[in-house]
Design a protein around this ligand. Structure first.
Ligand SMILES: NC(=O)c1ccc[n+]([C@@H]2O[C@H](COP(=O)([O-])OP(=O)(O)OC[C@H]3O[C@@H](n4cnc5c(N)ncnc54)[C@H](O)[C@@H]3O)[C@@H](O)[C@H]2O)c1
Ligand SMILES: O=c1ccn([C@@H]2O[C@H](COP(=O)(O)OP(=O)(O)O[C@H]3O[C@H](CO)[C@H](O)[C@H](O)[C@H]3O)[C@@H](O)[C@H]2O)c(=O)[nH]1
Length: 327
């Protein structure tokens, strides 16, 4: 299939481009390079354009003859979404509706959407399955839930076929060593801890150790980016018109902030000083996926299941590319 990967110059999207090509699809990228990197994608497959400019979307769909869209483009800093919600609702909600409209005008019905476990807010029960209530506790999660709801309506009314993939915490890098995570600013735990190992930060701050977890720090489910992307390809190939699938993507294993830091110490051989800090507003104590529905529907499960494997993969990228893509 010809697939337009929107946000494909970003962290997860650039790995999805590789996974699509490996599976025999033709992947094209549309990105405004706000967070994306030119060097993360083949130059002859990159189209620069913005979700908020409908003419860019029309041109990219027409040029590529896309039969499907994978949509990674979003703003994803939880804190910024609280202080500047307008930026988030515009980019993530209005931008995505622009994209769906451009697809609809052209009869393109296949849509793979990056949703998030942040749509669950504070879950009643962990591991979290897809029937958990969705009550996001910040505008970022709310923008993703708004699109899930729009997709439900679009699939029913306009016979689109879509999947909302609710990722837990993406981490790691591509096995080739050529692409990896490079966000500016960086907010995610594993790259921050590895920047300490590289001497780029003096210490990592642990956001609270008084949570109701065994060591008092928050527990998350760290899913390897290549596992995430193999699920995207499997989901793309199973889309059905008139149906919205909603699937968690995680490993089913939770690791605490302290366990992540210990894994980084072991793998890098660096002492990695850690300081205790205040809780970060809006952090649930524990988010771990029940990913059994993805196994049932996609015949998919994560291959990387321990935090050591994920950290090793992330470290390979960060130590060889201490300045990321350097752009
Ligand atoms: N990283 C995670 O742990 C995680 C977890 C759950 C969900 N997600 C979601 O997965 C997706 C990808 O995340 P990521 O970590 O790769 O983010 P990223 O910032 O690395 O990639 C997003 C890409 O979209 C592009 N983009 C943003 N707004 C755009 C616009 N208006 N027009 C064109 N391009 C635009 C950016 O330039 C960037 O290249 C996001 O939708 C995010 O919300 C990420
Ligand atoms: O310097 C840091 C950074 C993070 N953390 C802790 O490490 C854990 C992981 O934090 P991340 O910021 O790496 O990721 P989140 O768990 O906040 O991820 C959330 O935000 C992401 C947006 O990028 C995704 O949408 C994801 O699905 C959603 O749960 C949290 O307990 C956080 O408090 C620290 O202790 N210190």
């Amino acid at each position: 299939m010809k697939v337009l990967v929107v946000g494909g110059a970003g962290y997860i999207g650039s790995h999805a481009v590789r996974a699509l090509e490996d599976a025999g699809h033709e992947a094209w990228v549309l990105d405004n390079l706000y967070q994306g990197h030119r060097a993360a994608v083949p130059a002859d497959r990159l189209i620069e354009g913005d979700l908020l400019n409908p003419a860019d979307l029309a041109a990219a769909l027409d040029k590529t003859g896309a039969e499907a869209v994978m949509h990674f483009a979003a703003l994803a800093l939880v804190g910024e979404s609280v202080t500047n919600p307008a930026k988030y609702y515009l980019n993530n909600v209005v931008g995505t509706i622009n994209l769906l409209e451009a697809m609809r005008e052209r009869g393109i019905w296949r849509f793979v959407f990056s949703s998030t476990c942040a749509t669950y807010g504070v879950p009643d029960k962990v591991p979290i399955d897809e029937s958990e209530k969705q009550l996001p506790i910040n505008p970022y999660g709310d923008t993703k839930l708004a699109i899930e709801k729009a997709l439900d309506a679009y699939c029913t009314a306009y016979n689109m076929g879509a999947v909302a993939l609710r990722y837990f915490n993406a981490a790691g890098s591509h096995h080739s060593g050529e692409i990896g995570e490079d966000h500016d600013p960086e907010s995610h735990l594993i790259p921050i801890v590895l920047q300490v190992a590289l001497g780029q930060r003096e210490h990592v701050t642990i956001f609270g150790d008084d949570y109701p977890t065994p060591d008092g720090t928050c527990i998350r489910d760290y899913i390897h980016v290549e596992d995430l992307c193999s699920a995207h390809v499997a989901a793309l190939e199973r889309l059905k018109q008139g149906e919205l699938m909603k699937l968690n993507l995680g490993t089913g294993n939770g690791f605490s902030v302290k366990q992540v830091i210990d894994a980084c110490r072991k793998i890098t051989g660096h002492e990695i000083p850690a300081m205790m800090g205040e809780r970060r507003p809006g952090d649930p104590a524990e988010l771990v996926a029940n990913a059994s529905k993805a196994l049932e529907v996609l015949d998919w499960k994560a291959k990387y299941t321990t935090v050591d494997e994920v950290v090793e993969s992330a470290w390979k990228w960060h130590k060889d590319h201490p300045n990321g893509y350097g752009d």
